[in-house]
Design a protein. Structure first.
Length: 220
């Protein structure tokens, strides 16, 4: 048994979790502090149950999350193999607000924070890995051209940047003159045979290391 001497009194420390068992003669203030620390230690080791791997919060390596609905052929849960921040994966044409976080669909070890609210593009951007570097979510965008054939989901930006991109929602050939671009999110613009739908450009900033949860315990 290990003991901790405080203020002339002896308090027992449990061998496994290091919980403090206050003495009857301990001061009330110190006892409350000890009990609070005990609760924190118990909460840290408590089993966590979810239906999917975490997509928020900061997680230490080796932290486990158990599957709330285990079935044959699935896994007992997920274990974090890299300390960092958990976030949902980037998705197509999704509205993001400043402060939202994501990770790439293919893990690169980093997570990203939205620093300019807007809509994601139709093609996932190439996310930078340099600290605090930024990228606009308009991968594959080209500058609008006259009398050009455009396919569904192609994106363009105006010849004079207005901080927006436009998705082809009706395919066809563009007009001979550049259209007057809508500044309303979700607003449409007719352009010859083409119809464009416009959105504000979302910008991402590299924000640190991402957590990485992997399944464990295959249920046969």
């Amino acid at each position: 048994m290990i003991y901790n001497k405080r203020g002339g009194e002896m308090s027992t420390i449990t061998p496994n979790l290091g919980l403090i068992q206050p003495s009857l003669t301990d001061e009330i203030h110190q006892t409350i502090i000890d009990l609070s620390n005990n609760f924190k230690k118990l909460d840290d080791v408590a089993e966590i149950y979810m239906s999917n791997p975490p997509t928020s919060g900061t997680w230490e390596i080796s932290k486990k999350v158990y599957n709330v609905n285990p079935v044959a052929g699935s896994y007992i849960g997920w274990v974090n193999v890299r300390s960092g921040t958990a976030a949902p994966k980037w998705s197509v044409l999704t509205n993001y607000n400043v402060g939202d976080v994501i990770v790439p669909t293919i893990d690169n070890g980093h997570f990203y924070t939205c620093v300019q609210s807007g809509r994601s593009g139709t093609v996932e951007p190439i996310f930078p890995v340099s600290s605090e570097s930024t990228v606009q979510d308009i991968q594959g965008a080209t500058i609008w051209q006259p009398s050009k054939s455009y396919q569904l989901n192609e994106i363009v930006i105006p010849s004079m940047s207005n901080n927006r991109f436009y998705v082809c929602t009706v395919a066809g050939v563009s007009g001979t003159n550049e259209p007057v671009w809508s500044l309303v999110d979700g607003g449409t613009v007719s352009d010859g045979m083409v119809v464009w739908t416009g959105y504000r450009i979302c910008t991402w900033k590299e924000s640190g290391i991402s957590a990485l949860f992997r399944p464990f315990g295959k249920i046969e």
